[in-house]
Design a binder for this molecule. Sequence first.
Ligand code: UTP
Length: 297
Amino acid sequence: MSNRVRTAVFPVAGLGTRFLPATKSIPKEMLPLVDRPLIQYAIDEARAAGIREFIFVTAKGKSALEDYFDSSAELERALEEKGKADLLAEVHNSTMPSGAIAYIRQQEALGLGHAVWCARRLIGDDSFAVILPDDVISAKTPCLKQMVEAHAETGGCMVAAMDVPREQTKSYGILDIAGEQGRLVRAAGMVEKPAPEDAPSTMAVIGRYILSASVLETLGAGKRGAGGEIQLTDAIAAEIDHGRPVHGFRFDGQRFDCGSKSGYLQATVAFGLARDDLRDEFSAYLAGIAGSQRAAE
Ligand code: UTP
């Protein structure tokens, strides 16, 4: 066993109901932020953190995701002939080498914990990362890289954590805080989607995890939690009960919940404004809208 994190699991088997009807035929993870699908941001973040093995937990209707990472010789030839070097580089970046990604099916959407458990045979005994691609994090140092560096010191399990307004605790896993040191929050417990009045804190877990293989054993028991689903939160909480360390990591960066319509639109604006080729035209457009709204009030 080792603390080194070389493998990442991408659970992408959810139904994506909040984006229906689009997600009838497009996986949520293929929705673009400007011109790159959500999954590309997740893969780039994993690569930057030193991840070399990529495991996708998929489901029926997700084949567009597999196709996306395939090589596209015809397209590349056409771009080369047209001298479009920039686009060619983008397309190259989205192609994964043969054997780098493994795909495992989750037959039934029984919850995030179950999705991660489905990957158990490919994970092995080392610590591994879990990335939820619908949480997109804009950061100077990519979030998972920050976590891998911190995890090298702490070992155990680590979850990305951020403060949320108390009325939102019912949308997140929430940490019971034992102590804090810098960006590290030592967890005394973890509870999935507590009502605001029951939440032990307002420190929420978002979609980046570094987990020990022992979490997979707990998930194997198939115990149902909040919403009748097999919850990853519960399996991480069991680590604490067994006296193993679990830390929240207050990452440096801005997280967008691209699994919700409002978060997705906010991310589109933020990533559009961050682009050199779009900033001037786009910000002038936004300023125009804000101006006409003020005039109408
Ligand atoms: P969400 O809670 O966002 O669910 O899952 P969802 O199905 O993707 O979207 P909505 O709520 O219906 O709109 C969080 C992450 O866990 C994965 C999802 O693919 C997403 O990355 N997941 C969830 C699974 O892989 N399997 C599951 O059974 C549940």
